[in-house]
Design a protein around this ligand. Structure first.
Ligand code: ADP
Ligand code: MG
Length: 450
């Protein structure tokens, strides 16, 4: 009867990427079937949770059909002696080399496949991410290609990776057999280079084109300047797009601002919907904190939630990290996580940069937003792609920090104060008259938490 499990899992293997399959099913052992119960041994609870939320229904359906036993169920048994890094499956146990991504996925289960906790349920929606969220739901729906491709951009730690994972989970909820390919652009690049060098491009194309029902690529800006990988991605994109498969791409800046990216790719990114994620407003930050506390089992008074949301503005990851560190500190110090404790502890745990914004913060945020180099921002090139960001950064330094014109000049690579004055005046005018510039300034300021 153990074959019952083997056959079901064998069918699943066809549908999953090999790395995904190995990571999750490699260590699972079927110990037998008794009284309509399939006993499965796993190294820890994590496997049970993940398999249950993704593939168990389908596996059970197959096993029930296979055995003719409609009541068939599964029982998990944790056996810590089992290897968490999966053994090689027999079919691939040969000495053939493996792509780096597969090797990496053996090291850590969490690095492969979708992140179980990044779902729509755990995502808090607010004005800052409403459009990206709605579009993400939209593209996850079967047959809905109105938003295809979906391009999501925004600063660090604002929920792009979370949303992309949620899309993957939602597509699987609609269609458990969908073959989701979720990769960072970095991993796509590594896979590509490896496959080229090892003459395995057929398999590469099979994985990313033929055997792919949805392609989710995180942090596409990584492809900047990598011409050959861009070329391959271009063809991958076309194949999937014409096969009507959903494509989702994330980036740290809007398509036109990605440095060293082929024009034809940029143009394709704008074929569907381009949605941004901004730093969340106060209300959203409070909601995120509360949700996170709930998930982590942390009891959090309202005033503490507000206090944290008030002080950590630019980045959700930091907001979450601070909450966790506070909770840990409270438990180590045996103190209640109340407002006096939070006030006292926050001074110690809050990264310095986020408490007081400096000229350097503004410069870095500007570079990140416009995807240009710090050297260029402080340099003397007058090309519009760097001159406008430079002027905007000067304007924000003046308006938000009140830094003197000569000092701004110094901080921007030794420019004359009259240059600074005219830059600040110019942007001041454009903020009134030019919607695009206004949006840049507002976005940048929001990102900095002003
Ligand atoms: P990015 O990929 O944009 O850098 P992530 O998706 O990794 O950011 O998000 C950073 C952290 O913040 C994650 O733990 C994520 O779950 C959390 N997060 C971001 N936005 C939200 C949100 N709107 N609701 C709940 N959690 C969020
Ligand atoms: Mg990310």
């Amino acid at each position: 009867m153990v074959e019952l499990w083997g056959r079901a899992v064998g069918r699943l293997r066809e549908r999953l990427s090999p790395e995904n399959f190995d990571v999750w099913f490699g260590p699972v052992e079927c110990a037998g079937v008794e009284d309509s119960v399939v006993l499965l041994r796993i190294p820890n609870r994590f496997y049970a949770d993940w398999i249950s939320s993704h593939y168990l229904e389908m596996l059970l359906e197959w096993m029930r059909a296979d055995s003719g036993d409609a009541k068939l169920a599964v029982r998990w048994e944790v056996d810590e002696a089992l290897e968490t890094s999966p053994r090689q499956s027999p079919s691939r146990a040969s000495s053939r080399p493996e792509p780096p991504s597969l090797q990496r996925s053996r090291e850590s289960a969490a690095s492969a496949g979708l992140q179980p906790k990044y779902t729509f349920d755990s995502f808090v929606v607010g004005p800052s991410n409403q459009l990206a969220h709605a579009a993400s739901i939209g593209i996850s729906a079967p047959g809905s290609r109105r938003f295809n491709p979906l391009f999501i951009y925004g600063g660090v730690g604002l929920g792009k990776t979370h949303l992309v994972n949620a899309i993957g989970h939602r597509i699987l909820e609609h269609q458990a057999s969908a073959r989701i390919v979720y990769v960072s652009a970095e991993r796509f690049t590594n896979d590509f280079i490896w496959s080229l060098q090892n003459h395995r491009m057929d398999e590469f194309r099979d994985r990313y084109r033929q055997r792919c029902d949805a392609l989710l690529v995180d942090d596409i800006q990584f492809l900047a300047g990598r011409d050959q990988t861009q070329e391959e991605f271009f063809h991958t994109f076309n194949a999937l797009y014409h096969a009507d498969k959903p494509i989702v791409v994330t980036s740290d800046s809007y398509p036109q601002a990605i440095r060293a990216m082929e024009e034809r790719l940029i143009s394709r990114f704008t074929w569907g919907l381009v949605a941004d994620i901004q730093a969340p407003e106060m209300e959203t930050r409070v909601a995120i904190i509360r949700k996170k506390a709930h998930v982590e089992g942390i009891t959090l008074a309202d005033d503490v939630a507000f206090f944290l949301a008030e002080h950590i503005k630019s980045n959700v990851r930091e907001l979450e990290g601070t909450l966790i560190r506070l909770a840990v500190k409270a438990s180590v110090d045996r103190r209640a996580l109340d407002l006096p404790f939070a006030r006292e502890a926050l001074r110690a745990v809050l990264p310095v940069a986020s408490s007081v914004t400096t000229v350097d913060d503004i410069q870095r945020a500007t570079c990140e937003y416009f995807a240009i180099r710090l050297g260029d921002l402080k340099g003397h090139r007058r090309h519009k792609g760097v001159a406008l960001p430079r002027q905007i950064a000067m304007f924000v330094c003046r308006r938000r920090l009140g830094v003197s014109f000569p000092q701004i000049g110094d901080e921007f690579g030794g420019k004359d104060h009259s240059t600074v004055i005219s830059a600040v005046r110019k942007i001041g005018r454009l903020v009134e008259d030019d919607a695009e510039v206004r949006k840049h300034v507002e976005t940048l300021e929001r990102k900095l938490g002003f």
